[in-house]
Write a protein that binds this ligand. Sequence first.
Ligand code: CA
Length: 225
Amino acid sequence: MRILIVEDEKRLAQTLGDLMEAHHFTADLCHDGEAGLDNALSGIYDAIILDVMLPGMDGFTVVRRLRQAGNRTPVLMLTARTEVTDRVSGLDCGADYYLTKPFDSEELMACLRAITRRQNDGNDSNVLTYGDLRLELASCLLVCGERSVRLSRKEFEIMGKLMSNGDWVVTKESLLLSVWGYESNAEDNNVEVYISFLRKKLAHLKSNVSIKTLRMLGYHLEVKP
Ligand code: CA
């Protein structure tokens, strides 16, 4: 994969570049919005990591212009600010995901993996699979061998996100954001409640898949040996 990093804090840009290389990705660095947009328009990147506060042209404008030009490269936006309005304008202008600084490198890699996978898979698949599980998107049925259970809308959305990320960690924050949205007052323990419902259903299905908790970080699936 080839990743474009647009970040004016040079040390952070370099750290991100090193992180990409550690994961065997190729990284190109830019330090201002205009150079970032020029590079992004080349269309050679699998994903773009884009800071919001940039000299020249801010990150929102970069991603908006990119989308206006018909470029759909997945964009992960970074910001030091945490206001909800920033998150909304980030996603409104066409970014795929939003991460607040400071962030954990594992979390960043998980987000990157999720946005690029979404791009590669397209939306045409009607079934997600992981381990011995099959999630049927049209009917919300979770199937394991002969057994199946119907999931509620929220269980379905959470399970879908976990299954499409496979072994990768899905953060609580991203579950809250994608399942409950920005406006809601849902908190971490809402996620925990639904994860416990899903664990009961996995036990009922006698699946070899379990939901692992990484404290302070989020969840991922694992196939029991
Ligand atoms: Ca900045």
